[in-house]
Design a protein around this ligand. Structure first.
Ligand SMILES: O=C(CO)[C@H](O)[C@H](O)COP(=O)(O)O
Ligand SMILES: [Fe+2]
Length: 223
C-alpha cells in the first residue's frame, strides 16, 4: 500500500454560496486534495456543477483537484474539465461504454486517470484497465448525495481491489460515509485515499475543518 494517506474533502458538503472560500479554508486546514463531485441528474439523481464552476474556483487552492464525474456520458466533457483545471479525472465504469478509450483520453489531456465503481459493481469491471489508471475509486455509498451511511459490504471489495492493484502505482480511493468511526476499518482493508464530505465540513469553519481532518488521521492511525 502507498505509505502516505490522502484526505480529500468533498466540497459537496460545503457552503456553495461561498465555494471559493470553503475550498481555501480546507486547504489551509490541511486537506491533501480537493474532491469535486460532478453530478448530471441522469447517471445520479442529483445535479451539482460543471467546468465553469471548476474554473472559477481553481484559484482558491493549488492542491490537487480530484474530479469525480458522475455523468453519463463523460467523454464529451473530459477536455472541458481538464481545461478548467482538474488534475485528476475519475469516470464511472458503469457510465462509460468504452472505458479503456475514456481512460486513455484523460491521460492524453495531461490528467491523472481514475475509474470508479459503485457499491453493487464487482471489481472485475476494472480488471482490464488497471494499466490505464492512476486511481481506483471504490464507492462506499450509492453516488448522488453526501451524508449517507457507509455500506459495509464494500470492505471485502476494497481488499480484493488492493490485491488486484498489486505493486502498481495506483491510489485506492474510497468515497462515502468516511468518518472517524469507519476509517480505521477502511485503512485495514487497504485504501490509502479518503474522500470525506460531511465528516470534514461539519462545524462550518476552518478550525472545525482542521479538527475534523485531524480526527480522521488519528482514527486512521496516521497522526
Ligand atoms: O461522491 C459523493 C457522493 O456521490 C461524495 O464524494 C460523497 O458522498 C461524500 O460525502 P460524505 O463523506 O458525506 O459521504
Ligand atoms: Fe465523490
Amino acid at each position: 500500500m502507498a505509505a502516505d494517506l490522502v484526505i480529500a474533502p468533498s466540497i459537496l458538503s460545503s457552503d456553495f454560496s461561498r465555494l471559493g472560500e470553503e475550498i481555501a479554508a480546507v486547504d489551509r486546514a490541511g486537506a491533501d486534495w480537493i474532491h469535486l463531485d460532478v453530478m448530471d441528474g441522469h447517471f445520479v439523481p442529483n445535479i451539482t456543477f460543471g467546468p465553469p464552476v471548476v474554473a472559477a474556483v481553481r484559484a482558491a487552492s493549488k492542491k490537487f483537484f480530484d474530479a469525480h464525474l458522475m455523468i453519463e456520458p463523460a467523454d464529451p466533457y473530459l477536455e472541458a474539465f481538464a481545461k478548467a483545471g482538474c488534475d485528476g479525472i475519475t469516470v464511472h465504469a458503469e457510465a462509460t461504454r468504452h472505458l479503456d478509450r475514456s481512460l486513455q483520453a484523460i491521460r492524453a489531456l495531461g490528467c491523472k486517470a481514475g475509474v470508479a465503481i459503485n457499491p453493487a459493481t464487482p471489481e472485475t469491471a476494472i480488471q482490464y484497465v488497471l494499466d490505464r489508471v492512476d486511481l481506483v475509486l471504490v464507492m462506499t455509498v450509492n453516488p448522488g448525495f453526501g451524508g449517507q451511511s457507509f455500506i459495509r459490504s464494500t470492505l471485502d471489495k476494497i481488499g480484493r481491489v488492493r490485491a488486484m492493484i498489486g505493486d502498481r502505482p495506483i491510489r485506492l480511493q474510497v468515497d462515502g460515509g468516511v468518518a472517524p468511526d469507519t476509517i480505521g476499518e477502511i485503512v485495514a482493508a487497504g485504501a490509502d485515499t479518503f474522500v470525506a464530505g460531511s465528516a470534514v465540513y461539519k462545524g462550518g469553519n476552518e478550525a472545525a475543518y482542521r479538527a475534523n481532518m485531524d480526527a480522521l488521521r488519528k482514527a486512521a492511525g496516521r497522526s
